[in-house]
Design a protein around this ligand. Structure first.
Ligand code: ARG
Length: 463
């Protein structure tokens, strides 16, 4: 019977069975039970303080909520789709347990401000957990970067050999990206951290509520200022999905590099067996499934962002049922991204780094050509001329199948008198990286300096 529903008063006929299932969100939102209970506690206390509810009712409600929380925690609570969502499941259980007092809890409240509060609380917690994982990955990267401050690898642009860089420097680039990911999450968390309670269905309530009290009880920065906005916007979900998407994109780029580096053509790194799988037909295969999967997860997370943007687009104010779809995308994004970060934290320390192969690769492809041009500039050749001279030298070396430093005196002079053998002899990948010794440069000294700074910053990160 529809009359059994918490909202069933004006209904005659029962809800269609499949509609009941289709309408329900409890499978997805049950995981917000802690937040739902916390918000109900704050609401009940406020109702008591404002003399909207009798002290005895509040006492019973608080005791009842504690019991339900314990019941859920030990897996004894039966959630049912007939009660649609986490909110009505808990409220109905409360009324079963304590009777009339339970029925009074929903005074001056609607599921609209309730869900808008719960999801903010829940996401606030998840952001904090995600940040902890991001910081762990940063720590792993900084340790690895310090270990490889002197390890030389080719730096690429257009995936063509560009200039030698240190592997530590390359790794620290990801630490920077993750730092901005952190900033975006903190920023979204801050903007989200306002309390919708009291907005009720959309217009507020006729009861003398204290919205500052409930906001403070739940550690929000304050109440949302506009009741319509409080219950109807999900911009914080979009922002968080966007921040998650960008972080996932960063991890996908790193994944792509690991996949390339592990190929037979690169052989820069080898991931440990624990993070790879074999082929059912090709006995020689060791596939980098984990970075591949992390790369793939970015698509799924971005899909969630797009779904959310499109869901909210053109929705009239205030609450619309469409918004129930918000949880699916954002919960999945957090779950998946946390998984990706965890994989990286666990996988990177066991990765073998083939320093010799990296160094050799860095020394091919005329990676020190810019250094030679710079040396000419120091000998007072204008940069554009220096560029042209070295260009000719590279063309000669490609033909002769030699490296720049292997050119003899006569070859140098034939290209340009200003190109001395001394200049080409001193070229090396070591001096190339060491020479880029300024803030943000690839020199080992700089990498070590940056690692030290990151170490200090990350020590206080989760405080
Ligand atoms: N389960 C709903 C959601 O997640 C709760 C809000 C329902 N409000 C309503 N007026 N039907 O969006």
């Amino acid at each position: 019977m529809a009359q059994d529903k918490l909202w069933g008063g004006r209904f005659d006929a029962p809800t269609d069975k499949f509609v009941e299932e289709f309408n329900a969100s409890v499978d997805v939102d049950a995981r917000m039970y802690r937040e739902d209970i916390a918000a109900s506690r704050a609401h009940a206390k406020m109702l008591g303080r404002q003399d909207i509810l009798a002290d005895d009712d509040v006492k019973q409600i608080l005791q009842g909520l504690n019991d339900i929380e314990a019941e859920i925690e030990c897996g004894e609570m039966q959630f049912t789709v007939a009660l649609e969502d986490v909110h009505m499941n808990i409220e109905s259980r409360l009324t079963d347990a304590i009777g009339d007092a339970g029925k009074r809890l929903h005074t001056a409240r609607s599921r609209n401000d309730q869900v808008a509060t719960d999801i903010r609380l829940y996401l606030r917690r998840r952001v904090n957990e995600l940040l902890t994982r991001i910081h762990s990955l940063q720590r792993v990267l900084v340790t690895l970067a310090h270990e490889h401050a002197d390890t030389i690898m080719p730096g690429f642009t257009h995936l063509q050999t560009a200039q030698p860089v240190t592997f530590g420097h390359h790794l620290l680039a990801y630490v920077e990206m993750l730092d901005r990911d952190t900033g975006r999450l903190l920023d979204a968390r801050q903007r989200m951290n306002h309390c919708p309670l009291g907005a009720a269905a959309l217009a507020g309530t006729t009861f003398p509520i204290d919205r500052h009290f409930t906001a403070a009880e739940l550690s929000f920065n304050g109440p949302c200022r506009n009741s319509l906005d409080a219950v109807s916007d999900r911009d914080f979900v979009m922002e968080l999905l966007s921040a998650c998407s960008i972080c996932a994109i960063h991890l996908s780029r790193f994944s792509e590099e690991l996949i390339l580096w592990m190929s037979a053509q690169f052989r820069f790194v080898e991931l440990s067996d624990a993070f790879c799988t074999g082929s059912s037909i090709m006995p020689q295969k060791k596939n980098p499934d984990m970075p591949e999967l992390v790369r793939g997860k970015a698509g799924r997370i971005i899909g969630g962002l797009v779904a959310m943007l499109v869901t909210v687009k053109s929705l009239p104010l205030a609450y619309n049922k469409d918004m129930q779809e918000d949880k699916f995308a954002i919960f999945d994004a957090f779950d998946q991204l946390e998984g990706c970060l965890r994989i990286f934290v666990d996988m990177l320390p066991g990765m073998a780094v083939n320093k010799e192969t990296m160094r050799k690769a860095a020394a091919t492809g005329y990676s020190t050509a810019t250094d030679l041009a710079d040396a000419l500039v120091r000998a007072e050749v204008p940069f554009r001329e220096a560029h042209a001279i070295v260009g000719k030298a590279v063309a000669h070396c490609i033909d002769a199948d030699i490296q720049l430093h292997e050119m003899d005196i006569s070859t140098c002079t034939a290209i340009d008198v200003r190109l001395t053998a001394d200049l080409v002899r001193t070229l090396s990948v070591e001096s190339s990286v060491a020479a880029r010794n300024h803030v943000g440069g690839t020199a080992p000294v700089q990498v070590r300096e940056q690692c030290a700074q990151w170490k200090t910053q990350l020590e206080n990160a989760d405080a």
